[in-house]
Design a protein around this ligand. Structure first.
Ligand code: THU
Length: 133
């Protein structure tokens, strides 16, 4: 699957965003090396801390089906914001462990696009190797 197709799938995922509080809609789509895809959307909650971001929804869906970081080809994250939505701090921590450091991440808001990696988004990350000695 090409990059633009994956971005399109992320926009489809965004249609399922449940964001009655922020009205900020985010979609994500993970492409696996076997060609399978997993969608994710942001899902909010009256207890705001219970909100799940779109990229975490997508990566958790893939992991829940047994896929792991080396099975992931790319991740697209899109939003309806005026600027590209770069992952929040919590997502950076989660993605830095659940993706490889150089997995391509495609960001788009339909107007602008940017490709990044976790190495760029979260340098000097706190990792499993720090905890398990
Ligand atoms: N959000 C995401 O889903 N991903 C991001 O990268 C940035 C923020 C969601 C969380 C919340 O539902 C809404 O966007 C506003 O913060």
């Amino acid at each position: 699957m090409e990059k633009q197709e994956l971005i399109k799938e992320a926009f489809k995922a965004m249609e399922n965003a449940y964001a009655p509080y922020s009205n900020y809609h985010v979609g994500a789509c993970i492409l696996l090396k076997d060609g399978k895809i997993f969608h994710g959307a942001n899902i909010e909650n009256a207890s705001f801390g219970g909100t799940n971001c779109a990229e975490r929804s997508a990566v958790f869906a893939a992991y829940s089906e047994g896929y792991r970081k080396n099975d992931i080809e790319a991740l697209a994250i899109v939003s309806d914001g005026d600027r590209i939505a770069a992952p929040c701090g919590i997502c950076r921590q989660v993605l830095s462990e659940l993706l490889t450091k150089d997995t391509p991440i495609y960001l788009s808001n339909g107007k602008e696009e940017q490709d990044v990696t976790m190495a760029e988004l979260l340098p000097m990350s706190f990792d499993m190797e720090d905890v398990i000695r």
